[in-house]
Ligand binder design. Sequence first.
Ligand code: GTR
Length: 323
Amino acid sequence: MKARRTLVALGLAALLPIGAQAQTVLKASDTHPAGYPTVVAVEMMGKKLEAATNGRIKMQMFPGAVLGQEKEAVEQTQLGAIQIARISLGVVGPVVPEVNVFNMPFVFRDIAHMRKVIDGAVGDELLAKVTASPARLVALGWMDGGSRSLYTKKPVRTPADLKGQKIRMMGNPLFVDTMNAMGGNGISMGYGEVFSALQTGVIDGAENNPPSMFTSNHYSTGAKYYTQTNHLIIPEILVMSKVAFDKLSPADQALVKKLGREAQMDQRVLWDKSVEEYSAKLKAAGVEFINIDNKPFYEATAPVRAKYGANYTDLLKKIEAVK
Ligand code: GTR
């Protein structure tokens, strides 16, 4: 064992008997349970990585927030204790403020617009900003987080209906401002706390996409009115710890980056299926989808776009120009 470690330390791992080669195991974290599109896409990436390196690099997926909720997962990834994390861009905003441009309410016209943006030059520019920031994260690719709408215990159709309602938002002041502008009281809270907060009445509602609303069981707490506000279209991001990335050879680094971009497209296929599947499951479980004209919510959040958008005038022009 000691001799093996010495050979590895000397960079002479190739001299080790076959099968005894130094192996890198990348721990990957996701807040979602096994089978969720982001989890499956990262597992697929791990398998490709293992095959392409003849088992030299492996990935081990830890779903269901077992390595910590997203805020902690980001911190652990920055430190190098977690090597790969799939997180919402929402929680990256507080560590890399530049990405908040994608976290603004109604910044994308629709899902198709968001996809064109993340697949194109602006998407690349933001990934590069994350990597170049002092946050010690290497951005590998985007994933689809669909569109977020409100779910509450009392039906909501207009901003006035949200008055006095405490609505859970992800941990980023931008989202609390967004909910306050929409007429409710934004409460920032980790994803893992939402279920019991809904059950005990600490909050009156939350907001998310249909797959998250279903797999988290939030709908079963009485928050069964799902108002189609579509106020946030937040891409997910796949990041690697810079500590771990720097330990890879340039060829392995390029491979990880290439497979990260492939995961972006693999997840999309899984995602589209899951939005359909989970929307149907929510309806079957008694969730009422309330279709509204979301213009009043769009208009109510104009001050939030004005406040945060002032930092991103150039990027916003580029995003808008993507047709
Ligand atoms: C989901 C997203 C998660 C997490 C969660 C939340 O849509 O996929 O990464 O951010 O929302 O609301 O905290």
